[in-house]
Design a protein around this ligand. Sequence first.
Ligand SMILES: CC(=O)[C@@H](O)[C@H](O)COP(=O)(O)O
Ligand SMILES: NCC(=O)COP(=O)(O)O
Length: 254
Amino acid sequence: MSYLHPAGPTIELGVNIDHVATLRNARGTTYPDPIQAALLAEESGADAITLHLREDRRHIKDADVRAMRPLLKTRMNLESAVTTEMLDFACEIKPQDVCLVPERRAEVTTEGGLDVAGNFAVVKAAVAQLQQAGIRVSLFIDPDEAQIQAAAEAGAPVIELHTGRYAEAVAPQELQDELERIRSGVRAGVARGLKVNAGHGLHYTNVQAIAAIPNIAELNIGHAIVAQAVFDGWRKAVSDMKAIMLQARLGTVK
Ligand SMILES: CC(=O)[C@@H](O)[C@H](O)COP(=O)(O)O
Ligand SMILES: NCC(=O)COP(=O)(O)O
């Protein structure tokens, strides 16, 4: 299945609610409720809700995913590792989207992209299993031509380019180099008929340059929105991010 996302003047926001669950889990309370966060995010401009069910369940729990799936009005983008446990769970839940990500229990957050090229047979089989269940599959990869090619060959209709190195860049030249890597990755993905998303480490002052890249279909952003919500409130944090993204994109659409 190939997905040709119409490159257009708009760009979608997937709000990742992992760290609403982090705050809830800090005290073992029922609040703040990730489901309430998801529904309010949808009312505030989110085009999708992203959540990462990690093997160690440090934030999102299985019960969150089960309860949320029938309640969302937009679409669920479930992030998961390429493991039998997670693939079987995803096929049971049947979110609209699954984004396959690398995972190490010891990591603070996702460190790099999925090595599709180096684990081709396993990833290709995972893509097939999820698509058989009617799920659209995205692969979370570095903006690297070999990984993009492998993702296309593995049958994934969507890729999500890891923007972590861009987000962590400090020197101006490094920032430009990483931004160009992402631009080049977008071109490579679109040339292969893929829907190209991006995410990781994006916030209110670094998202503009990414959102301005034509043909990026969707940005998945979480940590920065949850952090901003501490000061501005959840609805405003979401709607402000969406407005910034659209302004950046529309500012470039001639
Ligand atoms: C794949 C990715 O970059 C994010 O979704 C990240 O995994 C969010 O979850 P953590 O903050 O637990 O890493
Ligand atoms: N795939 C990226 C994502 O869902 C959110 O990442 P972050 O904004 O929390 O770094």
